[in-house]
Design a protein around this ligand. Structure first.
Ligand code: BGC
Length: 373
């Protein structure tokens, strides 16, 4: 072949590559120097800062390693989640990192991935009722609920303290783990009269039981679910306060499942003239809640350092790509199998340690807040 022919062949190839990349061919898979990492990531929604955190931290970690990544969001819709997974499978991923919108509904997508020879990593939320889950990257969610409850216990004195319970979405296995962890700590303090439950007849009916079955927890969660939605949380809190008498208010204690719902619930309680003070829990160390804590509007959060979760997910994916097995310290039963996992530690954060825990640790920049202690 003449030199000229080689050059024109090469320019044709370059043009073809440019056209392909303009079509977005490598989207949603991480690539390095043109090599496919072979990992696809699907997160549940862009509407909660928690999952934007994960997106940002994934991008930071992968860019630092020289990878290019695009992450797909399911926007609270299991059908969209399945379509996302299918498009990633079609693009040739070898490992899927998936946070299910609905733990049970995600089984079908996981099974499709398994059938295509893709390793499935459940990320933060467990995929339920299927054997098509290879690994679970998670925080210790029982410890999250226990930390929230312990905070309420540590700030209560005397007896008869009004307690309002709120929970996450029943479609999310974590909502059960958080509640289970919290109940274990709260129940003895309800039994001894420190707290009096004010907003759940199901919880009152079960308050003498130290351990609850999943069905029993489901009944309580059904009554106090926020569905992980700020507006639902706010209107549920408002309707609870409308029904409650002035005597059921005063200095109140609120188990709120995460930061987004905590802010919504706290706003509702702060607006009630019969609430003199409140202690409210949260989790995720979202920036808006860190500001609420500095301002004294939210009492605590549980820091789940997403940088750790992202690093664990990436190293698990790399282990699978290299034909190895990621580290395991325990298993989580998903209704069908025991899924191997290595849960990460969580940290209680309030006004006293907010600077050390979330600023000095480099989690959020000081410049994003006002009035830091
Ligand atoms: C996560 C929380 C999050 C919640 C709502 C849970 O599964 O563990 O960090 O706040 O979902 O999205």
């Amino acid at each position: 072949m003449s030199k000229k022919a080689v050059y024109s062949l090469m320019s044709l190839l370059v043009m073809a590559m440019m056209v392909l990349s303009a079509c977005g061919a490598p989207a949603a898979t991480a690539t390095q120097a043109g090599t496919k990492l072979g990992v696809g990531i699907v997160l549940p929604t862009k509407d909660e800062p928690r999952w934007i955190q994960d997106e940002t931290r994934f991008k930071e970690a992968l860019t630092a390693k020289g990878y290019d990544v695009e992450i797909l969001f399911s926007q609270g819709d299991s059908a969209k989640e399945k379509a996302n997974v299918e498009s990633l499978i079609a693009k040739g991923i070898k490992v899927l990192i998936l946070t299910p919108q609905d733990g049970k509904a995600a089984a079908a997508a996981a099974e499709e991935a398994r059938a295509a020879g893709v390793k499935v990593i459940a990320y933060d939320r467990l995929i339920l009722n299927t054997d098509a889950v290879d690994y679970y990257v998670t925080f210790d969610s029982l410890a999250v609920g226990a930390a929230q409850a312990q905070y309420l216990v540590d700030h209560a004195t005397g007896t008869g303290n009004p307690l309002y319970l709120y929970a996450g979405a029943a479609s999310d296995n974590n909502a059960f783990l958080f509640f289970e962890g919290a109940w274990k700590v709260l129940q003895p303090k309800i039994a001894d009269g420190t707290f009096v439950i004010k907003n759940s007849s199901e919880a009152v009916g079960l308050q003498d039981k130290a351990e609850l079955s999943r069905d029993e927890m489901g009944k309580i969660i059904g009554q106090v679910t926020t569905n992980w939605d700020f507006n639902t949380a706010k209107s549920l809190a408002e309707s609870n306060l409308t029904v409650a008498k002035a005597a059921d208010k005063g200095n109140v204690f609120i188990l709120a499942p995460n930061d987004g719902t905590a802010r919504a619930i706290a706003d509702a309680f702060a607006a009630d003239k019969d609430v003199t003070s409140y202690i409210v829990t949260g989790q995720d160390a979202e920036e808006a809640s860190v500001q609420y804590i500095i301002d004294g509007k939210q009492s605590m959060t549980v820091l789940k350092d997403v940088r750790t979760l992202v690093a664990d997910a990436i190293s698990a994916a790399v282990a699978f790509l290299e034909g190895k097995t990621p580290p395991q310290t325990t298993t989580y039963n998903n209704g069908k199998i025991d899924v191997p996992a290595k849960p990460s530690e969580v940290v209680t954060v309030d006004k006293d340690n907010v600077k050390a825990a979330v600023i000095d640790s480099g989690y959020w920049p000081a410049s994003d807040f006002t009035g830091l202690p």
